[in-house]
Design a protein around this ligand. Structure first.
Ligand code: SF4
Length: 271
């Protein structure tokens, strides 16, 4: 792993995601090394040539820069941690950049959201409880440990993520679950979807959102490499997915609605 400590000029950056005004990404790169990660495009902007997941730039001055930018931000905004990295990736345990940035947000009334895969977020419950408008989302793609190990090699087990959601709920911190991507063949069966709904509900999450796998060429080639190597039985299904995505999504929407009606939790598809 190549780790660089860098100084950033700006940490509160305008977001292209609807409903989010600004993104905070305390790191460039992500040690979770998810194999379907769309943020791999950050390699181009940062000039890194190492494989995705094998480099991280740590923005060590981020809390100071954020303090300065927050003073200038007059409009109440939605600020989201981790739009192109996981703000609670392993290096956060050492550097605490996310924690220090959250501390800077305490005096303000901005809407703050965090999307992560790591139970490390529990370390910061004391600060999260001080924020006036906070929401924590956990991404979960599969409850199957083998699938998780192949596609999200360095992220905490899905079980730990649901346990963390439960703990946050017990602290009255609003949470939600993001199934993104809903992995074709692995997470889209009635059984797998039902399990995700059940876990989200019993963790006390407020809602569950589903997205599908976006076959950007770089992502798709990598996913197919892994499917060929570890799950050859799924090859035909992935081929069908690639050529019939619209039809697949239509069917998945119907399936999610059918299963979702059985559980007392709000749900939505974003595809
Ligand atoms: S946790 Fe998110 S940002 Fe990090 S590698 Fe996985 S998908 Fe990408």
């Amino acid at each position: 792993m190549v780790i660089n400590e860098i100084n950033c000029k700006s940490i509160l950056n305008k977001s292209g995601i609807p409903s989010i005004d600004y993104g905070i990404n305390p790191y460039i790169g992500c040690g979770h090394k998810c194999q379907y990660c769309y943020a791999v495009f950050m390699k181009r902007f940062s000039g890194h040539t190492e494989p995705w997941g094998d480099f991280v730039d740590v923005k060590i001055n981020a809390p100071v820069v954020l303090e300065r930018q927050l003073k200038r931000l007059k409009r109440k905004s939605h600020i989201s941690f981790g739009t192109v990295c996981d703000a609670y990736q392993p290096l956060e345990a050492k550097y605490e950049i996310t924690r220090k940035c959250l501390e800077k947000l305490v005096p303000y009334k901005h809407e703050v959201s965090i999307l992560t895969k790591s139970n490390l977020v529990l370390r910061d419950v004391d600060i999260l409880k001080k924020l006036k408008n906070i929401e924590v989302g956990f991404t979960v793609t599969s409850l199957d440990p083998k699938v998780k190990k192949i596609f999200e090699p360095n992220a905490p087990p899905s079980r730990k993520r649901f346990e963390a959601l439960k703990t946050l709920s017990q602290h009255h911190i609003p949470t939600w679950v993001f199934v993104a991507p809903t992995l074709p063949y692995f997470s889209d069966s009635e059984e797998a979807l039902g399990q995700l709904f059940r876990e989200a509900r019993s963790a006390g999450s407020e809602y569950i959102l589903f997205d599908t796998l976006n076959p950007y060429p770089k992502v798709w080639n990598n996913v197919m490499r892994l499917i060929k190597k570890y799950f050859p039985d799924a090859l035909d299904f992935y081929d069908f997915y690639y050529h019939n995505k619209t039809k697949y999504e239509r069917n998945l929407r119907v399936k999610i609605s059918k299963i979702g009606r059985r559980y007392r939790i709000k749900y939505r598809t974003v595809f």
